[in-house]
Write a protein that binds this ligand. Structure first.
Ligand SMILES: NC(=O)c1ccc[n+]([C@@H]2O[C@H](COP(=O)([O-])OP(=O)(O)OC[C@H]3O[C@@H](n4cnc5c(N)ncnc54)[C@H](OP(=O)(O)O)[C@@H]3O)[C@@H](O)[C@H]2O)c1
Length: 273
């Protein structure tokens, strides 16, 4: 499918991020539709040239792909009324709703639906997202590749073969921006205690975080090796890294990420009822 017509149900933060990425990468605006009840939201999206409507049903005859981008808690009530039209038009369904299983979406839409579940993260808002994706067995290779292109417009894509792995994707990607914000917060406090202003601290920390990420990405080196190169024996960096290690950083991070994916499993069970 080259540039399928794609409709978004829900035109909030995540849909806007994806649409902006698609437009920035040259996706034809006339092939994008958005449905949202909020007129202001639609007006702002229409400025980018995309088609808008407040009727989700209006998307079905027009779109090859329907992207579900409403809050997970209301997904069932939003899509169940569309089941007959979905069965008639058989679009590919792409869900960005966290935690709602492909099996539930399929059941609510009447069955036999091709579904791709995605777990993007908020850096998608600045076209630097990391999205995990899972396709059920009704999704063709060409559908997969079209959707991969769309999500690549807002960052990197990582496909998983088992839907259950999306819980680990949540721990390593979906929720993970907050870990780095938390680490920046802690570093900023420590730097201010050593005498820097908040502004000075954040300028250094944010740029260092960006630079470290770019070094891993651009050199292809393992983070452990890049760490070793900064850490000369008996030097300053070694002192800090030793403190992290003695403080049990690996175990703490593992515990935090396990708690995150456990909560993801619990939420999915609640949402799938
Ligand atoms: N933001 C993230 O970091 C993130 C990350 C991963 C996944 N997600 C997923 O992305 C989805 C959307 O999240 P978001 O942050 O973009 O939420 P959001 O900004 O609240 O967007 C949802 C939009 O859907 C609209 N809506 C409500 N009922 C609707 C209906 N019946 N038909 C069409 N549109 C309707 C809402 O309008 P009103 O505001 O007027 O109700 C709102 O504009 C969620 O399922 C979330 O799990 C988000």
């Amino acid at each position: 499918m080259q540039h399928p017509t794609i409709g978004f149900i829900g035109g909030g933060n995540m849909a806007t991020a994806i649409i902006n990425g698609m437009l920035a990468s040259g996706y034809p605006a006339e092939r994008i539709w958005v449905c949202d009840p909020n007129a202001n939201q639609l007006t702002s999206l229409a400025q980018g040239g995309v088609n808008t409507t407040d009727q989700a049903g209006a998307l079905l005859p027009k779109c090859d792909v329907i992207t579900l981008a409403v809050k997970p808690q209301i997904l069932k009530s939003v899509i169940e009324p569309l089941a007959t039209a979905v069965q008639q038009h058989q679009p590919l369904i792409v869900s960005v709703a966290a935690g709602v299983s492909a099996e539930s979406i399929d059941r609510w839409l009447g069955g036999n639906t091709a579904i791709i579940r995605t777990m993007p993260n908020t850096p998608a808002l600045v076209q630097t997202g990391a999205t995990g994706l899972y396709a059920n067995d009704r999704v063709s290779q060409s559908m997969r590749s079209s959707i991969d292109d769309i999500f690549k417009a807002i960052g990197v894509t990582v496909w998983v073969d088992q839907e259950a792995d999306l819980h680990a994707v949540t721990a390593a990607g979906g929720s993970a921006p907050a870990y780095f914000f938390r680490f920046m917060e802690a570093m900023s406090k420590a730097a201010q205690n050593q005498g820097l202003s908040e502004d000075q601290a954040l300028q250094l920390i944010v740029q260092t975080c960006l630079g470290a990420a770019k070094m891993v990405q651009q050199t292809g080196e393992n983070p452990a090796e890049l760490k070793r190169r900064v850490m000369s024996p008996k030097g300053t960096t070694e002192q800090a890294i030793l403190r992290f290690d003695e403080g049990g950083l690996d175990a703490l991070v593992e515990d935090a990420m396990n708690a995150c994916s456990r909560r993801s499993v619990e939420l999915s069970k609640e949402l799938d009822q």
